[in-house]
Design a protein around this ligand. Structure first.
Ligand SMILES: Nc1nc2c(ncn2[C@@H]2O[C@H](COP(=O)(O)OP(=O)(O)OP(=O)(O)O)[C@@H](O)[C@H]2O)c(=O)[nH]1
Ligand SMILES: [Mg+2]
Ligand SMILES: [Zn+2]
Length: 304
């Protein structure tokens, strides 16, 4: 190896038993020509040093790592250290995430508001900033999509609405995403997460799925988490869709995960500091907002 200090990089994908690491070109001033010419992505196929995997400090997509035992010819290396993380998402496992992008389609599969709330609560629970994106606005009327957008605004978000068929809204979303460091795209199967990445980075042409004819759901086309660069220092993570996020939230945290409830609590105070906003005397929260029944049922479930 050259004598410029340890080579470092970022894990961009995990496939079978290998971790794919994109080399930080500043840590390798002279990437060996023979390697660069066979591998214009500048990535190495890596394994994790046994000491690291046994020590419990496993490595995940998004991690910044140090490399050792580099074999330029074969394009291989060993990960010998993982830099401290700024954040960690456990499902899907991605390190150093800055933003969560929650994607739902306006149709095909149809919008399901309880499912959307489950995804949003999972995203809120990370404490990271959230962007809500509606896809497939070509499949419904302008009036219908306006109603959906207003619904999500009542929940406290300002959604983007795009069509990957007509390109409507894509540039505005792209400019928004280019300001983020590492955004994880999540949402149910078939809503168009991978199609969105293909639209933003046309060179990569990832495989997108069709919808099951019978149940109009996605067919879980994406199987792995993978990072894609959309601008300098700005990556998107595609993730496999799943349909029902498990909500493991402490009951006393739940009210903080509903933006519309947070606003109500900013201006009012309940009689009891630990009020769960169910039927307590002196509760200042009105019960006629749209997601209150969901909040109430979930709170009761979490309290059992
Ligand atoms: N009409 C229309 N179809 C779209 C749009 N976006 C995606 N699709 C279609 O929706 C289907 C599913 O898209 P994918 O990108 O594979 O969905 P995904 O969210 O990545 O699904 P998983 O990988 O299974 O989680 C494909 O047939 C796409 O062509 C859109 O804006 N409009
Ligand atoms: Mg996909
Ligand atoms: Zn209350």
């Amino acid at each position: 190896m050259n004598n410029e200090g340890p080579l470092s990089g970022k894990i961009v994908a995990i496939k079978a038993n290998y971790l794919i690491v994109e080399i930080d070109i500043f840590s390798a001033k002279t990437i060996r020509d023979d390697f660069a010419s066979i591998n214009n992505q500048r990535s190495l196929l890596c394994t994790l040093r046994r000491r690291l995997s046994h020590g419990g400090s496993s490595a995940h997509v998004g991690d910044f790592v140090y490399l050792d035992a580099i074999d330029w010819k074969e394009g291989r290396a060993v990960i010998c250290g993982v830099k401290p993380r700024t954040s960690f998402l456990s499902r899907p496992a991605v390190a150093n995430v800055s933003d969560v992008i929650v994607v739902f389609s306006l149709a095909d599969p149809p919008f399901d508001q309880d499912q959307a709330t489950r995804f949003l609560l999972t995203a809120e629970n990370t404490g990271l900033s959230i962007t809500f994106v509606f896809t497939k606005n070509d499949l419904i009327t302008l009036n219908q999509s306006k109603k959906r957008i207003e619904q999500i605004q009542r929940w406290g978000y300002d959604p983007f609405s795009v069509s990957l068929k007509t390109g409507h809204g894509v540039n505005r979303l792209k400019r928004h995403l280019e300001r983020k460091q590492l955004s994880v795209i999540c949402g149910p199967s078939g809503v168009g997460k991978t199609s969105l990445i293909n639209m933003l980075i046309p060179e990569i042409s990832l495989k997108v799925g069709s919808l099951s004819k019978k149940i109009r759901r996605g067919c879980n086309t994406t199987r792995h988490v993978q990072l894609f660069k959309i601008a300098d220092n700005c990556c998107l993570a595609d993730t496999p869709g799943f349909n029902r996020p498990e909500l493991l939230i402490p009951p006393n945290k739940l009210s903080k995960l509903f933006p519309e409830l947070r606003i109500r609590l900013r201006n009012n105070q309940c009689k009891f500091r630990n009020c769960m906003h169910l039927d307590e005397p002196g509760c200042c929260i009105d019960k006629d907002w749209e997601r209150y029944p969901f909040y109430r049922n979930l709170m009761k479930e979490l309290l059992i």
